[in-house]
Design a protein around this ligand. Structure first.
Ligand code: SAM
Length: 305
């Protein structure tokens, strides 16, 4: 199967496919036992890719990033009124297998990316952190490993937050249910706000960013990990092909093709690195750093007021 050309590190994607097949076998009985070894294996693959591609993590500042300027414009076409109820329905229906699906779809890489985000935060014990769209609480788990700071988990979906509660039952965390577009906290409350793979699901991204800025302390920072635009054309094509498999996984594992068709659609419609930077600037953030993850498959925006 020759899907790649002109790119020395793309052959490693075959290893991904092998891991994926192994993982699919894991679903039929062994997945729990193998979780750790899979995560080590996927970390190894990720390290190999990082080694072969010097471009895996690029650092840039607002507007003039190292990313290609002529990235195609994307339109944000979702019908906003229907969107919220659709998003709620989808996350309610996938919540019990959310973590498993994430591991399968990303070959465990989402864990490495979340780890990258948390590594960038210099957390002190007295800090107050808001994890927006907390979902099943992956970021909070990493934050708590690092520091016993004060953490607030915030999400619009109670079933998703119940997964976080289960996972983090030994940790002291405050759980608040609500919308990112209307955060029920006073201005200047949080030292850090974290958000992974949530922003593209929000009904009103611009309003949510303004809310994030409002509740952040003046010297606070907002860390956002989200899918983005892949820089390399061949890699982009491979991802396009791969993304066609995702709804099939949804059908096989959860009997829910719709949820994962939505996931792919929302990735396609989401602003790219530069467009998101512009939205952050519009919301009032002044210093924005962008870190591409795996050549832009995702990116981490670190924003300061
Ligand atoms: C893809 S999950 C991400 C969960 C977690 N942060 C992670 O990285 O695994 C997206 C989460 O965003 C939440 N969400 C969607 N729209 C929201 C909104 N408008 N306000 C707050 N949370 C929202 C969903 O309920 C879901 O838990």
């Amino acid at each position: 199967m020759l899907l790649y050309k002109n790119n020395k590190y793309l052959p490693l994607l075959d290893i991904f496919v092998i891991i994926e097949l192994l993982r699919i076998c894991g679903i039929f009985g062994f997945i729990a036992k193998r979780k750790l070894s899979f995560s080590i294996l996927t970390d190894l693959v990720f390290s190999l890719i990082t080694f072969f591609s010097k471009k895996t993590f690029t650092v840039s500042t607002s507007g003039s990033s190292g990313m290609k300027q002529e990235l195609q414009k994307k339109t944000y076409s979702s019908n906003k009124q229907n969107k919220q109820s659709k998003v709620e329905k989808i996350f309610s229906s996938v919540s019990h297998k959310y973590d498993l699906m994430n591991d399968i779809m990303s070959f465990g890489l989402h864990r490495t990316w979340k780890h990258e985000l948390i590594k960038k935060i210099k957390i002190e014990e007295q800090d107050i952190i808001l994890d927006l769209a907390t979902g099943s609480g992956d970021l909070l788990e990493l934050i708590k490993e690092k520091s016993n700071c004060i953490c607030v988990a915030y999400d619009s979906n109670i079933k998703m937050m119940m997964q976080a509660k289960k996972k983090l039952k030994k940790q002291k965390i405050f759980y608040v249910n609500g919308m990112a577009e209307n955060i029920p906290f006073k201005p200047n409350t949080f030292d850090f706000i974290t958000l992974s793979f949530g922003l593209r699901n929000f009904t009103n991204i611009q309003k949510s960013l303004a809310e994030i800025k409002r509740v952040l302390k003046k010297r606070g920072k907002f860390y956002c990990l989200e899918f983005s635009e892949i820089n390399n054309k061949s890699f982009r094509k491979i991802f396009d092909i791969y993304s066609k498999l995702i709804p099939i996984y949804g059908k096989l594992i959860l009997n829910n093709e719709e949820a994962y068709s939505y996931l792919i659609q929302s990735i396609k419609e989401f602003p790219n690195q530069i467009q998101l930077t512009k939205k952050l600037l519009k919301a009032g953030f002044r210093t924005i750093e962008v870190f591409d993850v795996l050549d832009g498959i995702a990116s981490i925006h670190v924003s300061e007021i």
